[in-house]
Structure formats: C-alpha cells, structure tokens
Ligand binder design. Sequence first.
Ligand code: UT7
Length: 337
Amino acid sequence: MTTRRATITSLGRFVPEKVLTNEDLERMVETSNDWILERTGIQERHVAEKGVATSDLAAEAAKEILARRGLDPDDIHVIIVGTVTPDTIFPSTACRVQEKIGASHAWGFDLSAACCGFVYALTNGAQLVASGAHERALIIGGDVMSSIINYEDRSTCILFGDGAGGVLLEATEDGEGGVIDFNNWVDGSGGRFLHMPGGGSLNPPTEETVRKRMHYVHQDGRQVFKYAVRQGAAASLELLERNGYSSSDVSLLVAHQANQRIIDATADRLGLPPEKVIKNIQMFGNTTAGTIPLALWDAHEEGRLNKGDLVLLCAVGAGYTVGRCLFRWTGLRTGYA
Ligand code: UT7
C-alpha cells in the first residue's frame, strides 16, 4: 500500500521594489556597511511603500503559485499564512488573500510563529493534504517587517526586510516523495528576548505604549543568536535520525535567513558543505516568515532542486519557536491535472 503524502507542486514569491541598502542605513543610524556585512551577511533588504500590507505581498506570491501550476483560484481549499505582521489583528491576512485572489472555495487562517511561520504553516498544511481532508493547500510565509521596526534602533533596523513567498501542496501517492516528517517545538521561556511588547491584549495601544516604542521589535540579539546556533543542528539531527537518514543524505539545507553566521554554524554542525546550503540573506535580510519560501524559490530558479533531493528546512525564532521539516523534492507540476 502506498502512503499518501503532501508534496510541493508550485512556488511563488513577491518582494517590494524599493531597496534599502547598508549605505542608506549608514545615513540613518550609527552603523557601517562593514559591520553589517561582517556580523550578518546582509547587503540590502526590500521595503514596502506606505499602505502596502502583508496580504498585498502574499496575494502576489499566491498568483505566481497558481499561474505556474495553471490552476484556478477556486481549486484552492485552504490558505495558511505564516506572519507576525498581519494587515490587521482581524480579519486575518488569509481572509484578505482569499478575497484578493478570488479563491471562493477556500477557508484559511493566519499562523503566528515568527521566523518559524512558514515551517509551521507547511507542516499544518501537509497534514490536511496527507489526511485526504483537502487536495490543495496554499502555504504562504510573509511579513512587512518595516511596519514594526524602529529605524532609530541600529540593533534591529539593519536586520529586517519585507517579502513573501509560498508553495502549493498537493497529494503524492508514490510512497517516496513529499513531506516526510517534521520536528517542531516551542520554548516560551525565550519570549522576552525577541518580542513586540505593545499592541496586544497585554499592552493595548495607547499614547504611552507608542511613546515607549512598545509597538516595535525588541531583541536581545546575543541571546537569540546563541539559542539559534545551539538548537539549529540538534533538532535537525534528531529529525534525520528518526527517519533513517544522516546529514550526508541531505541534498539541500534551506535555513531561516536571520544571520549568515547562524546559517554557517548550523551547516558546520551538520557537516554540510556550502554547495548544499542556500543563502540569499544578502539580498533580502530577515523577512521573518518570508525567508524560507524566498530561499526555496531561489534554489529552484538556480537549478539546485532536483527530483529525489532530500531537503531540510530549519528555523529558529521568537517564542522561542523551533521548526524543522524534511521532504523529498518531487518537482513542480505544470498544467492542470
Ligand atoms: O529571525 C529572528 C531571530 N533573530 C536572530 O536570529 C538574530 C540573532 N542575533 C544576531 O543575528 C546578532 O546577535 C546581531 C546581528 C543582532 C548582533 O550581532 P552581535 O555580533 O551579536 O553583536 P552584539 O549585539 O554583541 O553587539 C556587538 C557590538 C556592541 O557594541 P559594544 O557593546 O561591543 O561596544 C553593539 O552596540 O556592536 C554594536 N552594534 C552595532 N554596531 C554597529 C550593535 N548593532 C550595531 C550596528 N552597527 N548596527
């Protein structure tokens, strides 16, 4: 008997046109191109114009996903959007994407897991497809981080950018390919090291919360860095081992793009050479839930995803959240089947 699994059959992405370079930031805060490059690997990031929200980026990514696959929006059954910058607390960004693309048969929801937003959305969507509940799930990760960044705080404003990407999940019956397993967990004790303190039910927005800059990202970068490096490889090895693989079986590591040094340290601990690691942080910075689908998109365009490849996704983010997902690439499907 073959096992029904979910597999990625299409890809899409969207980044705003406007670029914020390290040189631009040198004029805004006390920093330097050299410091940013050396400590993070980031050269530039894209930022949305005022009035452009996460659903605008997500809907454009969704349109590319559908166009590549040759699907009608009505063929989508569920839309999951990983984001920490929803257009509004409610309605959800997924509802807005549903309306923007005209997916009249879909339900959907937002998933808040910060940098793990895409990995968690993918693992959820994969269960809905593998179980037979749905035939097609649209999985998007995207953030307009510029809407919650304090551009007077050099410790955070140099890191983040805006962008969205996503995939289509459909069923595979070949017993080999598709989403194999995941290894996700949260550790709420890390919450205080990376958070946005204002704007929710704990500290509803008031003049005071705005004056105290509580509606912006606050981060203790060193703490988050250490946790990300420590957990990076451990969770991946556990996931590989329990599925009968070792890291030498991995064809491609697609890691959350928060810091080049975190990606390198994770790859080192897994013993993966640079040709098995995707890095596009230099172009986009940290787009939170957007980084992994943006990196997957680049991997595909660069011809680095081949049928049968074992692909490992990994992310660590605010929460703390830890996400790992393992899948075998089955290739994109074109034309309506
Ligand atoms: O995606 C969500 C998860 N987030 C992450 O994974 C981020 C994890 N953390 C990081 O990537 C790094 O910690 C940062 C890039 C945020 C910071 O790099 P670091 O090497 O950990 O620097 P640091 O915070 O230890 O600061 C070193 C020095 C400090 O000066 P002193 O105290 O040594 O005099 C900072 O004030 O660098 C200073 N500094 C800067 N200097 C120039 C901090 N930010 C800047 C800056 N430009 N933008």
